[in-house]
Each structure stands twice: as C-alpha cells, then as structure tokens.
Design a protein around this ligand. Structure first.
Ligand code: ATP
Length: 346
C-alpha cells in the first residue's frame, strides 16, 4: 500500500545536455513529496524515471528496497497521473476507473464495486454512468486520480496534476489531494512549477534547478532556512544582504548580522531575510529607510525601501497597514535577527 523511495546519484543525459546532473533523494513511505522548480529543471525527467517511462544514464532507483532500473512501467508498484488525464472518452467514468483492474484480472462485479468506491473517494459518488466529455476539468482530474488509485499503487506519481485548472479550483483541489493521500496512505510524488502549491501540499518539498536539487525537506524549514540562494528566492520574496565574515559573524553595511558562523575570516557570505522579518521596532536596526514603493495588500502593506546606510540595496518589507509608510516617507526599520539565514557565496 505504500513504499519508500531511494534515488541515488541519478543522472540523465540527452546528447550533450544533462537533464539530471546527479540527484540523490530519499522519500519515506507514505510521504507527500513535491518536486518544484522552473521549466526545464528536470522534474518531469525524474518522475518519468520513477515511473519507468525513461531510463537514467547512471545511478540507482529503489522502491521498497527493490532496484527499478530496467523494470518496465507496468511491473512497478507505481501508477502515474498524466497532466492531460488520458481518460477514454467513449467509456463511462466507472469503466474508466475500472480499466486498470480489468488488466489485473479482477472479475466484473469486484471491478465495478471498487471503481464505485474510488469515485466516492474523489467526491464523484453516483456519477459513474457519465462520460468524461460531460465533465469539467476539475472533475476529469478526479476521475484520473480515482483510476490511478483503484489499482492500489504503493507510489502515485502526478505530473502537474492541477495544471489545467483555474486558480480557485486549483487551490481547492490541493487540499483534496492531500486529504486523499492521507486516507489512502500511498507515497505521492507530485511535480509542479507552482511554489505555493508545493508548500501547501508537501510533507517534503524538493526544489530543483538545472538538473540538481537545491534544497529539500519540510516546506517550513526550506522556506525559513533555505540551503541555497536559488531555493530562497524560488519559494518567495527574499532580501539578500552581502557580507564578509569577521570574528565569526557576518559584517554588513548594517553592522554585524545573523548567526555565528564557522566560516573562515574573509569568506564572502549573503544574509537572507524574508520581507515579513523586516519591521518597525525591536531587532537589529537598519536605521532610517526611505519608502520608494508601497502597495496595499489588504492584510499588510508591501513596501520597497532604500536604507540611508545602503542606498544601493533596496529592501522589501511587509508592514502592518496601520503604520504610515507612503512613498517618500522616512521610517526606521529593524531586522528580526532570529530569522536571518547565512549562506556562503559560491
Ligand atoms: P517543465 O516544467 O517545463 O515540464 P521540467 O522541469 O519537467 O520542465 P524536464 O522536462 O524534465 O523539465 O526537462 C529537463 C531538461 O531535459 C530540459 O532542458 C529539456 O529540454 C531536456 N529534455 C527533456 N526531454 C528531452 C528529450 N526527450 N530529448 C532531449 N532533451 C530533453
């Protein structure tokens, strides 16, 4: 019903291009893992290698401890939900969902009972007689999910499963996908380029870039303490303040900042601070800053400021709407030092 996945130093080469440049990743049984990254970073390639639709150039892929390289897709404990859903238009929903069970030799009544159960799981109870053409995009997505889950895979692979849906439906389906995964308990690996979607659903988020993993872990950890500048910027707005290590701290234009570091004297570093960690009041003072841009966003005001101490370093902050911060205003801001991440420049 569920299985762990071990991906060890997997590479994939297309001619001279390295689609995967050495990916190592462990996914626990029953985890919801989301691969996220910009177009072309290798997410789909990695998913295809897990599903058996593509062979790696090098490395190992184990599911439940069993080597998968060379095992055909149909013999793997995986099923894949493709972005276009690939439903059979001339078949009823029930027959669509029961299709994989027929291939596995289940009798008709058991197949149909199971298919009903799966339609119920995805919120389409009683709709079994309909054809896919009579459904909305969101409903088709559910049918594709029901069909994939009907065969009780240990691992479900989803390639941009919500990509065809409008934003509201997409956000609603995210919650449902996660709830369904909790109920069935299988390991899910989901590909998306939408970082909000990734953070909302994942137990483990994997940020990819140019065929490599930049960072991976629980979404909150990766958002708060990113391991690389790319991962930091990909998951949301981030301020980057350059510094140099002096006496075990990062020296910046704002003085010594951030956590203590073991990096050698003189090492170049970058301090990362999310806009929500710049605020009026307590913290490491950034001194007087001039507001050069202010956007009202309901819950807060998003501002861009230029510090007097560093007029070449615009900073983004998210401020309470009650605070006067219009374009041209001079205000004082501080950094919540506890939330600063120190990265070594590469
Ligand atoms: P997207 O979000 O656009 O689908 P992705 O992160 O899924 O992107 P991949 O489809 O895995 O990226 O592609 C990774 C890299 O490998 C890209 O540079 C792509 O051009 C290349 N690539 C993928 N498939 C092939 C192929 N069959 N032949 C040659 N190059 C390929």
């Amino acid at each position: 019903m569920t299985a762990p996945i071990d991906i060890v130093d997997v590479t994939k080469r297309y001619g001279d291009a390295m689609a995967l440049a050495g990916v190592t990743l462990g996914i626990e049984a029953g985890e919801y893992c989301v691969l996220v990254g910009p177009s072309g970073c290798g997410k789909t390639t990695l998913l295809d290698i897990l599903g058996g639709f593509s062979d790696p150039t090098g490395g190992a892929v184990r599911i439940d401890g069993r080597e998968m390289v060379g095992v055909p897709a149909a013999r793997r404990p995986t099923t894949t939900v493709f972005q276009d859903y690939a439903l059979f238009p001339h078949m009823s929903l029930l027959d669509n969902v029961a299709f994989g069970l027929r291939m596995r030799g289940l009798g008709r009544s058991r197949r149909l009972a199971r298919a009903e159960e799966m339609l119920e799981l995805v919120g389409l109870a009683g709709a079994g007689a309909k054809r896919p053409t009579a459904l909305s995009g969101g409903q088709r997505q559910r049918v594709a999910l029901a069909r994939a889950l009907a065969v009780e895979p240990d691992v479900l692979l989803l390639d941009e499963p919500l990509g065809a849906l409008d934003l509201n439906l997409r956000r609603a389906m995210q919650d449902e996908l996660k709830a369904i995964q909790r109920r069935v308990g299988a390991t899910f690996v989901h590909v998306t380029h939408d970082q909000e979607e990734a953070m909302a659903i994942a137990d483990r988020i994997v940020v990819m870039n140019a065929g490599r993993i930049e960072d991976q872990g629980p979404p909150e950890r990766v958002y708060r303490r990113p391991a690389s500048r790319f991962a930091a910027a990909f998951l949301g707005e981030m301020n980057f303040v350059p510094g140099v290590v002096q006496g075990g701290r990062a020296m910046t234009v704002f003085g010594a900042l951030g956590p203590a570091t073991q990096l050698p004297e003189g090492a170049r570093v970058t301090l990362c601070a999310r806009p929500e960690h710049l605020r009026p009041g307590a913290g490491v003072s950034l001194g007087v800053v001039r507001v050069i841009e202010a956007v009202f966003q309901g819950m807060h005001r998003k501002v861009t400021v230029l510090p007097e101490a560093a007029p070449d370093t615009p900073l983004r902050a998210r401020l309470p709407v009650g605070l006067a911060a219009d374009v041209g205003d001079l205000i004082t801001l501080a950094l919540d030092a506890e939330h600063l991440t120190l990265l070594e420049d590469t």
